[in-house]
Design a protein around this ligand. Structure first.
Ligand code: IMP
Length: 432
């Protein structure tokens, strides 16, 4: 028995929600360790669809503990709204099933405003990132700038005014530069005091809680958000999110030692998608890209934006296998490829006349690479709802085997529809 870390091995939206939900039935605790309410996870349980952005997916299952670790940036308004929305769907959230790290950073309205103002300004100069405008980047900036307001600060009304002054000195200078009105001390104090009562009951010393639970033998599932290619260090910088999304962050972002992480499951879509700006070597701006987007319902859960679609890029996923230490993958949305005459997989790139096997780090080079493809025969039969290898057409199995070989990691799970039971289990990550 081991703990499991779930990470996205592409640019996010790989279908982590369903797999995390599937695994959370076997887990005692589900932990988020990075990102914030920029994530969008859809769970379909007994025909009911739950859309989560900030809360760990395990929260909708009775008897599971959901934990928001210190590496997450927490928008208290989003937290309260999500708790209320779930209450409307019959899911009760109390400190008995949710804990929030007392050392997690808070996202304030001024972060959200700054994110949007910067994106608007960048739209005119062509340097937009295409963020979710949730204030994620500005909140992480304040965290590493050592001026953030954290969950525990809501309980210390004596020291809070000094902290508010400190964060405002920075933000009001920025706002003056951007030509927008300054924020008053009272506005931030009012914002914080209005949420304190709702947030504080959930606060906990999460590293200590997890350490105790690990010692008593609890099974812990770490739920990553976004994808490895959006990682602040390993992604397609600057078109990335503002946190480390690779598996190592599960340790730092929760306070659990890396030795206890266990099985690293990389969620991998059978083709590639990306939302927002940035390089995408295998992007298809033709009718096949349109086909994948329509059939795969490729619209963002958080922002509703249309996702860009393209062929499977094995070179990129091979990189994610290395940077995350992926033990095995969960391959999702294979059925979206049903009916295509032929399929292409990118195995490397041409850069300035040279053949290379990985995406270079430089932004200029990333924009110039040309994918090198191999072509495979498609299949006509439907793979929707397949629950065993015997249900899959031979060409689909060939495609899966080719993916495994090219990325250097085995398929542990194969998901064949949004329904949780439509999953082929090869290896149970908790038992590996
Ligand atoms: P931010 O995380 O809002 O700062 O956005 C930075 C980049 O990450 C943008 O390209 C977003 O579209 C992308 N991004 C953030 N969260 C997700 C996600 O959950 N899925 C896919 N892309 C995301």
């Amino acid at each position: 028995m081991t703990n499991v870390v779930v990470v996205g091995s592409q640019w996010g939206d790989e279908g982590k929600g369903k797999i995390v939900d599937w695994l959370s039935e076997r887990a005692d605790i589900v932990v988020r360790y990075q990102g914030g309410h920029n994530a969008g996870h859809t769970l379909v349980i007994d025909g009911t669809s739950y859309k989560l952005s900030l809360l760990p997916s395990g929260v909708v299952r009775p008897g599971k503990m959901a934990v928001i670790g210190n590496g997450v940036v927490v928008d208290p308004h989003a937290l309260i709204a999500e708790i209320e929305k779930l209450a409307g769907q019959g899911v009760t959230i109390t400190p008995d099933n949710l804990r929030v790290a007392d050392n997690a950073t808070l996202i304030l309205s001024l972060h959200r405003e700054l994110d949007a103002m910067r994106e608007d300004a960048a739209s005119n100069s062509g340097t937009k990132i295409g963020t979710t405008r949730r204030g994620i980047g500005p909140a992480y900036e304040d965290k590493v700038g050592r001026r953030a307001i954290r969950v525990m600060d809501l309980a210390d009304l004596d020291s809070l005014p000094g902290k508010v002054d400190r964060i405002l000195t920075h933000h009001n200078a920025l706002r003056r530069g951007l030509g927008v009105a300054e924020v008053s001390h009272q506005t931030i104090m009012d914002e914080l005091t209005s949420v304190a009562e709702r947030v504080l009951p959930f606060r906990d010393t999460v590293w200590l809680f997890l350490d105790k639970e690990r010692r008593r033998g609890a099974r812990i599932l770490f739920e990553g958000a976004q994808g490895s290619l959006l990682d602040i260090d390993h992604g397609t910088y600057p078109f990335v999110t503002s946190s480390n999304t690779v598996a190592g962050q599960a340790a730092a972002g929760s306070g659990m030692g890396p030795g206890a992480l266990g099985y690293i499951l990389g969620i991998t879509k059978a083709y590639t998608t990306r939302v927002g700006e940035g390089p995408f070597p295998t992007e298809l701006k033709d009718e096949i890209g349109e086909f994948l987007g329509q059939k795969g319902h490729e619209f963002g859960v958080v922002t509703g934006r249309k996702r860009r679609c393209g062929w499977f890029d094995a070179a990129l996923v091979r990189q994610s296998v290395a940077t995350n230490g992926i033990t095995g993958i969960a391959l999702t949305k294979l059925d979206v490829l049903d009916g295509l005459e032929e399929l292409k997989i990118c195995i490397g790139y041409m850069l300035d006349g040279e053949q290379i096997d990985h995406l270079p780090a430089s932004q200029g080079a990333q924009a110039r690479v040309e994918p090198i493809y191999i072509t495979l025969e498609g299949w006509k039969e439907s793979t929707v709802g397949a629950r065993s290898w015997a249900d899959l057409p031979a060409q689909a199995i060939k495609y899966v085997r080719q993916v495994e070989e090219l990325i250097g990691a085995p398929v542990a799970l194969l998901s064949t529809s949004p329904e949780r039971d439509d999953t082929i289990l090869v290896t149970d990550p908790f038992e590996d």
